[in-house]
Write a protein that binds this ligand. Sequence first.
Ligand code: F3S
Length: 431
Amino acid sequence: MKLTDEEQQVLDGAEGKARAHAMDLLVRYGKALGAETLVNTNNVCGGFVGALPGRRDLLPQISDGEKRDMDAVYSLLNLDSDVRLEIPKTKAMTYRLIDAMDPDKAEVQGVSAQTRQIVKDVNRFCQKIGVNTCNTCTPYQIGNVPVFGEHCAWMESSAVVYINSVLGARSNVEGAHSASAAALVGKIPYWGYHTPEKRRGTHRVVVEYEVDSMLDWGLMGYWVGERIKTEVPVLTGISTTPTPEKLKHFGAAAASSGGIEMYHIVGVTPEARDTADAFGGNPQQDALVFGRRELEEAYGYFSTASDPNVDFVVIGCPHASLVQVKQVAELLDGKRLSPGTDLWVFTPKALKSMADRIGYTEKIEKAGGHVMSDSCAALSKVSPDNVRVAATDSAKQAHYLPATMKFPTWLGSTGQCVEAALTGRWSGGLS
Ligand code: F3S
């Protein structure tokens, strides 16, 4: 790999052992991927120091309470180093994606005292090294909106597919190690979706059904991901401009069923002014057609639940926008949830504070629901006790809940999910 003088100096230790280790990690990673150079980044989003449940469980084993040595934890979990490194401040503007719980709702979420302490320690450490603890999977909803062409190093597939496709920013789906190393040196290997070639469309999808609701968009995304896997779909035939929420759900679903990191919608997304622009000279494969039959086929993938008694409703995967929180608040206004059913709405903390101020939170909580931040059911593994059947308006959450939480899960529109929370019964489905 060709390094600049400055990169070589960092690799040689001019800026200390931790940055040298981070640079070495990125160089090895880049070489394995065939990258020839690194590229500067000042926008890193990652899961720092054991944010995810699998890694969080490791924390007590390698450290303990007051004696917790967060430099050693970061070295091992984030930089893959058995040797303890003294972690300096991040060089790139860096954001944390998701946490293990909402500290304001820890009791409702049933989080243990040990985990609460770990979360506190980890957040304090993140702040010390300059990681912005935004704790949301949708940084682009709260002000981290990369500009067209900006090189980023983001984890979280639903966020990467959004910024690549909708904003024209450039990122691959990074892992915890590469994002953490990028945070320390402000570099990431130049390969994949950083390059113009990889961003070109590969498969045309002719949309012949009028995809309208957020559910339609999520199902279409799931179907496209199933079919196209890790390539770049180009959608034609979309006649109306989708909202950010619909695009968010489309991408999140496509990244869950497949590994879509970039898509084009002709006439909508910025690198697809027309079909030729979207393909950028790539040969066009045979077109797939998405119609009503394919929508029904996609809905058929979500058949984990059969019991109509619903005891847990999850809204906000990816984290809900203010528009979505408002919708739930209006649907619940003046009503009460069924006594045996919980409803949790996940939204970024910054939007929660707006929802508090505007009164949406009050409407939801008066009905018996909760508005939560920093976490989510499937990834943070938090839920009410003894859930038997869940419902959600998110194809991504419906994909993960049966696997991570073992909940049979219904998928429907936001209105159908709120209705299930009010009645305790599922009566939704495709309209
Ligand atoms: Fe976000 Fe959790 Fe969904 S991290 S994308 S709400 S699975």
